[in-house]
Ligand binder design. Sequence first.
Ligand SMILES: Cc1cc2nc3c(=O)[nH]c(=O)nc-3n(C[C@H](O)[C@H](O)[C@H](O)COP(=O)(O)O)c2cc1C
Length: 189
Amino acid sequence: MITDLVRKNRSYRRFYQEVPITLETLKELVGLTRHCASGGNLQPLKYILSCDSEKNALIFKHLAWAGYLKDWEGPSEGEKPSAYIIVLGDTNITKSFGCDHGIASQTILLGATEKGLGGCMIASIERKELQEALIIPGHLEILLVLALGKPKETVVVENVGSDGDIKYWRDSQAAHHVPKRSLNEIIWK
Ligand SMILES: Cc1cc2nc3c(=O)[nH]c(=O)nc-3n(C[C@H](O)[C@H](O)[C@H](O)COP(=O)(O)O)c2cc1C
């Protein structure tokens, strides 16, 4: 079960925008993070949920997509995410969030995958602009944005080739290929 979920949980960047995600679903996904590990059990993360088109549009324009795909500017209208979860760090609790946001984000995406949804963690964010656009108070630091939707793309995971290139790429059918390092390469000893 976990193997299937982890394998299916790819970074998706094109979606059936017309398929909505409810606030209830977003709350359920964030609810999973309450069961996650947290350094010192501080639980310093907060979340902003968005599933309406107006708020989604505000968020979308401050994100950068797929840096390696130089001739693609991100999802076009009709293929944009249906929802977002913005992961914030509460600096009133701690100034250092360790890997809490990575653990929480992966958990949310695994939960989304189980529901037949998918998404992408996004760290390339115009943080100052998004902070202002959503009137996020200064003590909450934007850590990651999770884009969510019903995936509309095929993602192929393959082994890194002999040239060692790890850049993802798209083929002529627009399938998205993601090279992964071999088990032999990643186990040091
Ligand atoms: C911390 C982190 C930040 C990321 N930031 C972005 C981003 O800003 N934009 C984007 O399109 N993808 C982003 N990604 C997605 C990665 O590009 C993706 O994980 C990688 O290409 C491997 O694909 P996979 O997730 O399907 O294994 C990010 C992933 C992580 C873990």
